[in-house]
Ligand binder design. Structure first.
Ligand code: CMC
Length: 431
């Protein structure tokens, strides 16, 4: 628990209650209200958790005003340019940058767990071919608890570790299989001679009929997409994983819950929604119409890929993603792609428009990731599964951190009840 430096006084009907204030390593002070109900008999009200810290954590820190994202203290731009995804996974899971020897062992361990139980292939075949790959992933990851019984005991430290490695290692295989099943192609088995990102690209794009060479620049861009999505502190899907886990649920069930939450268009589903929006806009001359709709209070339309609950400045992940998009599109020679032109012009207009400037609505990570994934050849339905694959390490790290907390309690929010007061049941003939 953080240092307790000050107290806040809350006065209700003339009676004062002292509340401790904890000072974090970084970020705003936190008023501790855990004893408030017991002492004062009142709840606090904060739908959407806009002012509520749901846990303490040492993994990731975001300064939304500065546009800063740190994993275990290291800035995301440094990790994206100097590190790579599996090293970031190690950092998130264990809290420090590995030695060369530790990294090699970790990479080897993950690589040796990439195959899934052969029986799971039949499980995939139970889905309709036109199932969205996210629907398949929610089902298959949840079903891992039926295949890997020896890593579901959350009270066993070794089993927790095995489950963590299994999830990080098998998620690319599951995502690629969901894709292959969706498009009617045969599954491609993982290859241990390829790095994490290249292996994923190979499983998605190779076919048994011909040789497929992974382009190293695309593999690097894929790895960077994974790195930029690895963790993002207490967002909706991570909080879902923590809440599910607080009841003692097994790790595969918890991660399936996280995937389900991520799917929504306000969260991870925004990358798919954003590219579909850019395509719907179609040409630069139609942008003003969409900007007007985004500002119209009576229209539910929002500019997908813009805005963030925490970032009130440029999303630092979006900056790196934008550079990566330029690199990939130049490599593939598609800088003049009409979708990209709409994206660039939309970004320019939105960054100058007073509505977006005043509300501090900047492009977020999902604005650029879809452009890269599209250029790589992924259909929009695969964008969110790729986010889920990459975020698995964040969910797992937060899950492990929560289980190691001796103060862990089941998550159980209270409510402001506005329904009917107690009343007597009325017999049907008297209604
Ligand atoms: N387009 C138009 N107006 C917007 C947008 C947008 N994308 N985002 C927020 N606003 C307006 C909103 O209408 C509100 O206006 P007012 O104050 O007049 O009522 C104001 O900005 C604040 O918005 P909010 O909904 O209270 O903010 P929030 O923190 O609850 O929501 C958000 C954050 C990300 C859900 C929201 O900005 C949004 O829906 N963005 C589009 C979806 C998106 O790109 N999501 C990906 C987020 S980043 C990756 C991830 O987390 O998964």
């Amino acid at each position: 628990m953080a240092e307790t430096t000050k107290t806040a006084t809350l006065t209700i009907d003339g009676q004062a209650f002292e509340l401790p204030i904890h000072s974090p390593t970084a970020g705003p002070d936190v008023i501790d209200i855990r004893k408030l109900y017991g002492q004062a008999g009142v709840f606090t009200y904060d739908p959407g958790f806009t002012s509520t810290a749901s846990c303490d954590s040492t993994i990731t820190f975001i300064d939304g005003d500065k546009g800063e994202l740190l994993h275990r203290g290291y800035p995301i731009d440094q990790l994206a340019s100097k590190s790579h995804y599996l090293e970031v996974c190690f950092l998130l899971l264990y809290g420090y940058l590995p030695s060369a020897d530790e990294l090699e062992k970790f990479e080897n361990l993950v690589t040796r767990h990439t195959m899934i139980h052969e029986q799971m292939h039949y499980f995939f075949r139970g889905f309709r071919r036109d199932a969205h790959p996210m629907a398949t992933m929610v089902g298959v990851v949840g079903a891992m608890s039926a295949f890997y019984h020896d890593s579901t005991d959350i009270n066993d430290q070794h089993q927790r570790e095995v489950a963590s490695i299994r999830l990080i290692a098998k998620m690319p295989t599951i995502a690629a299989m969901a894709y292959k099943y969706h498009i009617g192609q045969p599954f491609v088995y993982p290859r241990n001679d390829l790095d994490y990102a290249s292996n994923f690209l190979h499983m998605c794009f190779a076919v048994p009929a011909e040789e497929y060479q992974v382009n190293p620049i695309l593999a690097r861009a894929m790895d960077r997409i994974f790195t930029l999505h690895a963790d993002h502190e207490q967002n909706a899907s991570t909080s879902t994983v923590r809440l599910a886990s607080s009841s003692g649920a097994n790790p595969f069930a918890c991660i399936a819950a996280g995937i389900a939450c991520l799917w929504g268009p306000a969260h991870g589903g925004a990358n798919q929604a954003c590219l579909e929006m850019l395509r719907e806009i179609g040409t630069v001359d139609r942008i003003p119409e969409y900007i007007a709709r985004a500002k119209d209070k009576n229209d539910p339309f929002r500019l997908m890929g813009f805005g963030h609950r925490v970032y009130k400045n440029f999303d630092p992940r979006a900056k790196v993603m934008k550079e990566s998009a330029d690199e990939v599109l130049a490599l593939l020679g598609i800088e003049n792609n009409p979708t990209l032109q709409v994206a660039k012009e939309l970004e320019r207009i939105a960054l100058e428009d007073p509505y977006f400037v005043e509300k501090k609505l900047y492009p977020n990570v999902d604005f650029y990731s879809g452009i890269i994934l599209d250029a790589m050849g992924f259909p929009t339905s695969m964008f969110t599964p790729i986010f889920a694959l990459a975020r698995t390490v964040g969910w797992i790290s937060q899950w492990k951190e929560q289980l190691a907390d001796p103060q862990l309690k089941i998550g159980r929010p209270r409510q402001l009840y506005l329904g009917e007061a107690s009343r007597d049941y009325v017999d049907i003939e008297k209604r």
